[in-house]
Design a protein around this ligand. Structure first.
Ligand code: ZN
Ligand code: FE
Length: 240
């Protein structure tokens, strides 16, 4: 049976992703900024949280860890991040893996937004959780890493199978797309995508997940041809 995915809205524009394996009855919560929405959304589905996975230390991705663990006794897995996630039970990095039931989640080191940022890639489920590194038509701000780090992260993520569904940390797609239209004005794929994105947001619907194929076609940071171009686009976006 396939993994089920749901989400709970949190804070202003954060996504808390909920992953459920009907076979093992395991439920993983990815990047819980807050505990209450994650607990309510899983309870409503009759799911019990067995694990939390964190992509990076920022409080809008880990703030719910302690309360979820207190409520469920779940195990928390995430990156070292110089010890800035004190609630972790298990620290993972490149080459290691987590698992939900029989599904393996390979860990990719993609530092740039933070120094220890990771992604979880589930090859058999064709899913990736990319936190605040890869967004739909965007990338995370460079708080602790360089443009070269982000360029390397983009290379690693674009190498995933094109059909991989990408679950990001925030609903930033519309604002990202407005910049993408400026950064890559000849790109008709962005124009077409923005029609769909605007319609979804009009109805208050999520624009995620995206896919690696769609990001390869429309993401100005993944499409940047050099570190310099990525750096220039990142600076322009910050001022946009
Ligand atoms: Zn962040
Ligand atoms: Fe965030």
């Amino acid at each position: 049976m396939a993994l089920e995915v749901a989400w709970a809205p949190a804070l202003r524009d954060n996504y808390i992703w909920l992953l459920h394996d009907p076979e093992s009855e395991e439920t993983v919560v990815v990047d819980p900024s807050e505990a209450a929405p994650a607990l309510a959304a899983t309870e409503a589905r009759g799911w019990t949280i067995t694990q939390v996975w964190n992509t990076h230390w920022h409080p809008d991705h880990t703030g719910g860890n302690a309360a979820i663990k207190a409520a469920t006794g779940c195990a928390i897995t995430g990156p070292a991040e110089s010890g800035r996630i004190p609630t972790l039970d298990r620290v993972v990095g490149e080459g290691e893996a987590a698992a939900i039931g029989g599904y393996e989640a390979r860990v990719l080191d993609i530092p740039a937004h933070t120094s220890g940022h990771i992604a979880f890639h589930l090859p058999e489920a064709a899913m990736a959780f990319t936190g605040d590194t890869l967004f739909a038509m965007g990338c995370g701000r460079l708080f602790e890493g360089s443009a070269a780090d982000m360029f390397a992260a983009m290379r690693k993520l674009e190498a995933l199978p094109p059909e991989t569904r990408v679950y990001c940390g925030h609903e930033y797609t519309q604002a990202n797309g407005r910049y993408a239209l400026v950064a890559d004005p000849e790109n008709q794929a962005i124009v077409e995508r923005m029609r769909e994105v605007d319609a979804l947001r009009e109805r208050g619907e999520a624009t995620l997940p995206t896919t690696i194929a769609l990001e390869r076609a429309t993401n100005p940071f993944m499409r940047a041809a050099s570190v310099e171009e990525l750096a220039a686009r990142r600076a322009a976006k910050d001022a946009f």
